[in-house]
Design a protein around this ligand. Structure first.
Ligand code: 6R9
Length: 655
């Protein structure tokens, strides 16, 4: 996909060095760590593992690399729950708040490290009583309540791998994930709050459990206190009966560095979900390292808020394991940004004096669409650092975030990584990197990456192609549960000896990395590769546009033509004149080749439950095909609505 037009694509000239104030106080004030790591990556990671974690047994070998299978810190023993909780209490920090939990209907709980140790130990004892042993798998299907991280850490304490299933998934998805990993116990709740309504978790879990032969016991948390929750005798136990009755001491099981810590399913665009495996020592090392240095963490003064759900990898790594390993104080929020009102996020920032906010482009674009009145109404001056993850962030959204949320003085870290990478891989270091809006900047110290062409040959700077990772990293996936061949085929067969991430990327003339979206989404127009990200970013740079998704649709003249779906910022009208203006705007910013042939204004875009735009379905709409699998959508009605509008609007077919 290396292509001359890439050079002509969106030019982002703005640069943002860290403010002097921020740089002065930052943990890393220069780029020395890059050189240290590049000189000897294994020694670098060994230093981090030793500095950031407590080991009950030292490792004898840092890395064993039998492509594509890596083992880190061989011979080393440690326990993740001990590292996230016990050692902080032992060091005298028991009274520090670990979780500032904000419940959806407005209730709140503060959980100190000492309390967390009690809770995790009791929960671990309860799991033991239910028959959970080292090496077992436990499924967790809960909303965003403190008992979710407690349950994860309780599994880790016993050496049982958890498999967290996002609380918005259906009973079929839950069933398939339980069966794939043959989980022995399911932890769920009576219900979860969602925009003032109750999601009946136990009912959904019951439906799943009719076809999950491996499940022996089910632990049920009371959260919503609905009247009739069916409990099956001998199988189902209430959390408040069983967990609360346990002793608050439970010795952590010493685990081998390479013992499985968790399985997390990622659906990708097609096929059966993949059970991504992460192990204990390497994963914990890299999440602790990245959480500390990418977010410049000061455990004494920072209040860290990652807005993801624990059902995704971002929640695993930056709500649970990274922050707790680093003894951070974190906000955990049960609800959504728009309930009970559109000020919810900003009142939480103000209430808890959040210093570090880590959220997703989909949320930022939604805030842009709403306008600044909601954030303006709150004191956000506690913020000192902002982060983004999940999709490429359009330069305009980056600048909006920096200006309106960060007040123009917080660095923004755009962090690229995946469920498979376990932890952040490409990101600025906020005290030293000069940021460019829309660029994730550079691979972190200790990370090897490159951009290659179709033949796997590195593309010189500047230039674009496929993003690959060139050397093993501690938190890399150890495989796909039950399917080593699929692991090799999916990630290691496209380019020999290198990990293929599935994303397109380019480097500008200063070597900055720009992520261009999934390669499956790249369009081919009149022989030119055009990235969805760049056309979308050009559209979003127009003041009327909040969000855009573009796809290629078959075209007799050019092979494919660009089809755009656009969401306007509030206060703008969807007129024909605006269509013309937007097409010209793209032509002006990128070039005539990228000019959308059709533009449809929409109220919303089809997104996965974790907020990523699903272009595959928009392609179905644009091609007038029947819609493909919509089960991973957050709201399937959105794409049906777009389809109806698309069919009733005759596409504008002049060139
Ligand atoms: C952490 C997470 C991974 C895919 C990844 C890429 C996209 C994530 C990004 C980004 C551009 C960023 N992605 N962060 N693209 N810039 N900062 O999201 O994991 O759900 O497995 O998704 O998300 O396409 O390959 P996961």
């Amino acid at each position: 996909m290396a292509d001359v037009t890439l050079e002509a694509l969106l030019q982002e000239g703005r640069t943002f060095p860290p403010s002097e104030d921020f740089a002065r106080g930052a943990l890393l004030r220069d780029g020395r760590l890059y050189d240290v790591a590049a000189g000897d990556p294994e020694a670098f990671w060994a230093t981090q593992a030793g500095e950031l974690l407590d080991w009950s047994e030292p490792w004898h070998t840092v890395l064993e690399w039998e492509l594509p299978f890596a083992k880190w810190f061989l011979g080393g023993r440690l326990n993740a729950s001990y590292n996230c909780v016990d050692r902080h209490v032992a060091a005298g920090h028991g009274a520090q708040v670990a979780l500032l939990w904000e419940g959806e209907p407005g209730d709140a709980r503060q959980i100190t490290y000492a309390q967390l140790l009690d809770d995790v130990s009791r929960c671990a004892n309860a799991l033991k009583a239910l028959g959970v042993r080292k090496g077992d798998r436990v499924a967790i299907y809960l909303g965003m309540v403190p008992e979710l991280p407690v349950a994860m850490l309780a599994c880790a304490r016993l050496g049982a791998a958890h498999s967290v299933v996002f609380g918005g998934f259906t009973s079929d998805s839950l069933r398939d994930r339980i069966n794939d990993a043959e989980c022995k116990v399911l932890i769920t709740g009576d219900g979860a709050w969602r925009r003032g309504n109750i999601v009946p978790l136990k009912e959904i879990a019951d439906a799943a459990m009719t076809e999950t032969p491996s499940i022996e016991r089910c632990l049920v948390l009371r959260r919503t206190a609905q009247a009739d929750v069916a409990m099956q005798d001998g199988r189902d136990f209430w959390w408040h009966d069983l967990v609360d009755a346990q002793a608050p001491e439970c010795p952590p099981e010493p685990m081998d560095a390479e013992d499985l810590l968790f399985i997390l399913y990622t659906s990708g665009t097609t096929g059966k979900p993949k059970g991504i495996m992460h192990t204990t020592g390497g994963y914990l090392t890299q999440v602790a390292f990245t959480h500390k240095y990418v977010f410049d963490l000061k455990p004494e003064t920072d209040v860290f808020w990652c807005t993801a759900d624990c059902g995704w990898v971002t929640g695993h790594s930056y709500i649970v394991y990274g922050p707790l390993a680093n003894r951070a104080t974190s906000v955990m929020y049960e609800g959504t940004p728009d309930y009970p009102d559109k000020e919810r996020f900003w009142s939480i920032v103000e209430k808890y004096k959040v210093t570090t906010l880590y959220t997703a482009p989909t949320a930022i674009r939604t805030f842009m669409k709403w306008g600044t009145q909601y954030s303006d109404a709150h004191d956000l001056s506690s913020l000192r650092l902002l982060g983004s993850v999940g999709e490429p962030i359009n330069p305009e959204a980056w600048v909006w975030y920096w200006k309106n949320i960060g007040g123009g003085n917080c660095p923004v870290v755009d962090t690229w990584w995946q469920t498979e990478t376990g932890a952040i891989m490409i990101s600025p270091l906020p005290g030293t990197t000069v940021a460019k809006p829309g660029s994730a900047t550079f691979p972190l110290p200790g990370i090897g990456s490159d951009i290659v062409n179709d033949e796997g040959v590195p593309v010189p700077i500047p230039g674009g192609g496929y993003l690959v990772l060139t050397q093993p990293w501690p938190s890399m996936l150890r495989g796909i549960w039950g399917d080593p061949d699929r692991y090799r085929d999916t990630y290691w067969s496209r380019f020999e000896g290198r990990y293929f991430a599935g994303d397109g990327a380019k480097r500008d003339d200063e070597g900055y990395f720009w992520l261009l979206g999934r390669v499956d989404d790249i369009m081919l127009v009149a022989g030119h590769n055009i990235s969805t990200t760049e056309v979308e970013s050009a559209l979003v740079s127009h003041p009327a546009v909040a969000e855009a998704a573009v796809v290629g649709r078959t075209d007799a003249m050019t092979g494919q033509a660009v089809s755009a779906f656009v969401i306007l910022r509030s206060g703008n009208e969807p007129t024909d004149a605006l269509v013309t203006e937007l097409r010209d705007h793209v032509a002006h910013h990128i070039g005539p080749i990228a000019k959308p042939k059709t533009i449809l204004f929409a109220e919303d875009l089809p997104k996965t439950r974790s907020g990523k735009i699903m272009r595959r379905l928009l392609r179905n709409v644009a091609e007038d095909e029947t819609l493909g699998d919509t089960t991973t959508l957050a709201d399937p009605s959105v794409v049906e609505g777009i389809k109806a509008r698309y069919l009733s609007t005759s596409p504008d077919d002049e060139g």
